[in-house]
Design a protein around this ligand. Sequence first.
Ligand SMILES: [Cu+2]
Length: 174
Amino acid sequence: MNTTKFTFKTLVLTLCLACFFSCGDDKKKETTEQPVKTEKKEEVSQPKTIEITLNSDDNMKFDLSTINVYEGQTVTLKLVHTGEMSKDVMGHNFVLLTQGTSVSEFGNSVVELKDNDYIPEDTSNIIAHTKLIGGGESDTITFEAPAKGIYDFLCSFPGHYAIMKGKFIVRENK
Ligand SMILES: [Cu+2]
């Protein structure tokens, strides 16, 4: 009997030791995999609509240099002119260009188009735009966010795009 008990104890002890050493590795793996679990928390779908206010002023400036939205969102953008100058001398608009359209080339191509508020007849390079406004005025537009990517926006009043421009960033909606 004693011999049997001793053998059994030895067997249990050996198994425990074997388990202790092999389990050590598994615990390390679990620790390094933890950051993957936290990523799942960010998979919250974004709201379907987003409202953006873009201010412009008598100093020829927008108050935003980047606008962030998510793919699939309906964007309501309100352009406000907080200054007092008329649209003939300090007019502002918001023009969102398609990818691959150069801000400077577009800006230069519309300088003669005062009668059409500096918007070309062919709008194939424009995703969305407001009307041209002067001090104290505002204009609100609603459009669907384009596919994920980085787009340029500008004010197309002659000469303004040098300062009045920015990036419209569309992120993937997970
Ligand atoms: Cu402007």
